[in-house]
Design a protein around this ligand. Structure first.
Ligand code: 5AD
Length: 351
């Protein structure tokens, strides 16, 4: 039965591809509740009630790619493009540090303006100013040589969502010039270089099926990333997926719980997209096994321009400046925001 499979997963942290398919296909509301409670227990065992935070700095909304789902795709002429300069980035970090952030995530479109030299220059400055902080980059596909330069400059972590573990599905979501194999190569390179690596996918993206989702779970079981970012797909009005339906809260929460059971020490964010489809999305994410929040630390003027999807929350307490409010909301659900780099804990043997 599904409940037996869920118990098995929580003990062994691995299942066959077909078992994942079966779970995704046949689970009932009670099974979801079971997954949630097993995941919560597992999170507590590894991380207690602590929640890690990262300050998210949205570096640039220029992008040379044209991912069909994404609001900042190069062909979207509605986007007012911007870039942050080194001084602006450093003042984001300064404010972030004061607010209690000890990880800075620099995320952006694939913007050729940010050459390796410019990235290394920015990273070097942050590394020097904040030796006790972790630096995360999320700027897309690069050559192994480029990744090596970033690593040497002091970058600790790299986020590159795999988007889908099914090659055909990947091609449905991206133009021909983008390749699933290249993306997989990048993830492999990042891991071999020594980064803590994050992958991830959207829940409910167009043409996603129980089969492709089962592959995502199996991929994560095999790849063993340090982090995994998932959130519901949310249509953006200027993209070809404008009329598609959004991923659901319920499905996202169930997948968060499964991911926690697959990798007990996984760094698992309750994402902005989850907070966008439901007012309490992030709290519910934490209650389903997530243990990371990534409030927005970008300068206020640019936040409205970094819109990957419609209705993205960007003026309320998802902002880094409202850390105190977030802290209260977490307290209310029995969780505690930590002032900590938030590295993954060592894997504990389950007795
Ligand atoms: N809805 C939800 N998530 C999206 N992303 C991009 N566009 C959307 C969208 N319309 C996600 C992708 C990307 C990450 C930065 O944001 O998974 O990797």
């Amino acid at each position: 039965s599904i409940s037996e499979l869920l118990h098995l997963l929580s003990e062994k942290h691995q299942l066959s591809l077909s078992a994942y398919e079966k779970i995704l296909q046949e689970r009932t509301e009670e099974d979801e509740e079971l997954a949630r409670s097993l995941a919560k227990e597992c999170t507590e065992k590894h991380y207690g009630n602590g929640v890690y935070t990262r300050g998210l700095i949205e570096l640039t909304n220029y992008c040379k790619n044209n991912c069909y789902y994404c609001g900042i795709q190069r062909e979207n002429a509605e986007v007012e493009r911007y870039r942050l300069f080194k001084e602006e980035i450093l003042s984001c970090c300064e404010e972030g540090y004061r607010l209690g952030f000890r990880t800075f995530v620099m995320q952006g479109g694939e913007d050729p303006y940010f050459t390796d030299e410019r990235i290394v220059d920015i990273v070097t400055a942050i590394r020097e100013a904040y030796p006790d902080c972790a630096i995360t980059l999320s700027i897309g596909e690069k050559s192994r040589e480029s990744y090596e330069k970033y690593y040497k400059a002091g970058v600790n972590r790299y986020l590159l969502r795999h988007e889908t573990a099914d090659e055909e599905h990947y091609q449905y979501l991206h133009p021909k010039e983008l390749s699933w194999k290249r993306r997989m190569r990048c993830l492999q390179d990042l891991k071999e270089i020594g980064f803590q690596v994050g992958c991830g996918f959207m829940v409910g993206s167009p043409h996603q099926t129980v089969k492709t989702l089962a592959k995502d779970l199996y991929f994560i079981q095999e790849f063993q990333p340090d982090m995994c970012g998932i959130g519901p797909f949310i249509p953006q009005h200027a993209t070809r997926f404008a009329k598609e339906k959004a991923g659901s809260l319920r499905e996202t929460l169930f997948l968060l719980a499964l991911l926690r059971l697959i990798k007990p020490n996984l760094l698992l964010p309750a994402t902005t997209a989850l907070g966008t489809i439901d007012e309490h999305g992030r709290e519910l994410g934490i209650l389903s096994g997530a243990n990371v929040l990534m409030p927005n630390l970008s300068p206020t003027e640019v936040r409205k321009k970094y819109l990957l999807y419609d209705n993205k929350i960007c003026t309320g307490d998802e902002s880094a400046q409202c850390r105190a409010d977030l802290e209260k909301k977490m307290k209310a659900i029995g969780a505690e925001l930590l002032v900590d780099r938030g590295d993954a804990k060592k894997e504990k043997e389950s007795e």
